[in-house]
Design a binder for this molecule. Sequence first.
Ligand SMILES: [Zn+2]
Ligand SMILES: [Zn+2]
Length: 172
Amino acid sequence: MDGVISLRDLRRTEGATKEFALSEPVGDALEVGLVHIPSDRVVEAQGVLEAVGDGVWVDGEASAEVDAQCSRCLTDFSYTTQAEIKELFVYEDFAEQYADEDVSFVKDDAIDLEPAIRDCLILDQPLVTLCRPDCQGLCPECGANLNDEPEHSHPDTTDSRWSGLASWGSMS
Ligand SMILES: [Zn+2]
Ligand SMILES: [Zn+2]
C-alpha cells in the first residue's frame, strides 16, 4: 500500500488543512484471529490533515471488506469494516521532545499513512467473530449447523427416561 502523502502545500502553517483520499490494495495481507484481509483487497481511506504546532494531525477513516470465519459455526462470511484514523505526525525537528511517545514522524515533508491504516484496521476487528448475533453454532454431537437445522436433535437416553416418567405420570 502506498500511503505517502505530501505536506508541501501545508507549509507548516498552523491551522492549514488538506483533504486526502487513498484507494490502495492492502499489500501485505492482514490477519487477526479468524479475520483476514487478502493482499489484493482494496483499502479506501479519506480524511483531513491539519497542521498543528509540532506536526500534522490526521483525522480520517479507513474501510475495507474483511473475510472472516464465524467462531461458533465456522461458516465463512464477509463484512465491511470502517475504522477511525487519528494520528499525530511530528515534524522531525521535534523528534527529541517526542522520543518517549507513541507518535509517527514527518519525513521529507511527507507522511506515510500505511502503518496507521493497518493498525486501525487491525484494532477495529472483533475478538469474537459471529456470522450473525444469534448464531446457533454447531451440534456438539454431530457437527450439524444449527442455523440451517433449527429443529435438529438427537434421541438420547435422557430423553427416553423423561418420556417414561411422563407416561407414568399421566397414568395416575
Ligand atoms: Zn455462525
Ligand atoms: Zn447433531
